[in-house]
Design a protein around this ligand. Sequence first.
Ligand code: ADP
Length: 484
Amino acid sequence: LKSLLNDPSLLETRAYIGGQWVEGDNGTYDVTNPARGDVIAQVADLSRAQVAGAIAQAEAAQKEWASWTGKERAAVLRKWFNLMMENQNDLGIILTAEMGKPLAEAVGEVAYGASFIEFFAEEAKRIYGETIPGHQRDKRITVIKQPIGVAASITPWNFPNAMITRKAGPALAAGCAFVARPAAETPLSAIVLGVLADRAGIPAGVLNIVTSSRASEIGKEFCENDAVRKLTFTGSTEVGRILLRQAADSVMKCSMELGGNAPFIVFDDADLDAAVEGAIMCKFRNNGQTCVCANRIYVQSGVYDEFAAKLKARVETMSVGDGLADGTIFGPLINGEAVEKVQEHIADAKAKGGNVILGGASSDLGGTFFQPTIVTGATKDMLVSVDETFGPFAPLFKFEDEDEVIAMANDTIFGLASYFYAKDLSRVYKVAEALEYGIVGVNTGIISTEVAPFGGVKQSGLGREGSHHGIEDYLEMKYICMSV
Ligand code: ADP
């Protein structure tokens, strides 16, 4: 892996605590390349006590960092952003090697991840308070915003760069110190952020990267350590529930970006070619491994057959392969469990009357490579209608009218992203308002951007990331009442 990098020193395997590079008390754990299954690095495996130490370092550094002006914090965050972009290709190669997504997507993720640092560097200067007319003649009321303190993050492997930057960006901009525990599968993309933060001049202890194979122990430390004032998590609803329960004892502020079960609706009046392109971006990006990927594709009966044929014709031409190879659209799935889940969903759909019109099985390449799969005749009793596949399986459901599809789309405990394609303006408004989701894509399959508030309703989460709202999760409001 080192030999592929323009700057091999970016490939660091130790944890980053208090501005120092540290080995793990529990030795190391292996990081594998999902495309080939080979071990590409051995990374520091930190103990819970070491993570407590990192929290202490963050606590010690936070007050000084918070005393910097917004402009001063913005300047070093901007440097961090610049370094990420200058090393975009190397960061992309590291990301593909440990996570599997095609290099073009990985390089795109690095730019997307960096954009949160850029955006929130700018926001650091705009943490405005408020004055409120007093409630009595001698009273003056001022509201100020202050950083919440130490924030800790737990993030998944599917966006090893961006899931950290969209949390660390607003946290650092607000004047918080940050302790990040990356997914065990993808620590290298997190550690390299530490390397670049160090080079950018982010003060020691303000950003800490704690790598550990022991997720639940680290989660407990984050929740039980009184110095941590904010927990921010992206991952499954199941683990989100565990963390919320654990955080209850210390009444810690929590942000949760949890699972989705995104509907993607194609109405009769849609531009069908655009809907096919949107469905491909939305369903198959990152091989279906994103929480905003379309999970249920609803197509109105008048265009159902045509849509299915067009989708099949387009996906057929897209190749499966190593993410570092030219032309790859579908990389490997992250691991064997991910493959089993896709297989389970497809087998269940077939058993319940679904018709596989494309793919349906593992790829000839072996390993965790899987054929992109399309099934027609999907129904609501299938597993896929209640559970996110997180893989390259597109089930096509048929519907007759608007009210029916809105009811079907909302019939889930989740509420992260939703999508629909239609042209009729009153339909567009009505459907956008009726969908019980935090995000609605209208005539587009791509909704992620640092300038908009990303987050879910129902059991998809709490809080928003990105946009000027995203920094609020890292700020406390203080009301000062003065008698004059
Ligand atoms: P995914 O399916 O995306 O891996 P998970 O919710 O299982 O979603 O994992 C998201 C992150 O949470 C990963 O970094 C994982 O290691 C971590 N994690 C899993 N279980 C726990 C736990 N009990 N406490 C804290 N972190 C956990």
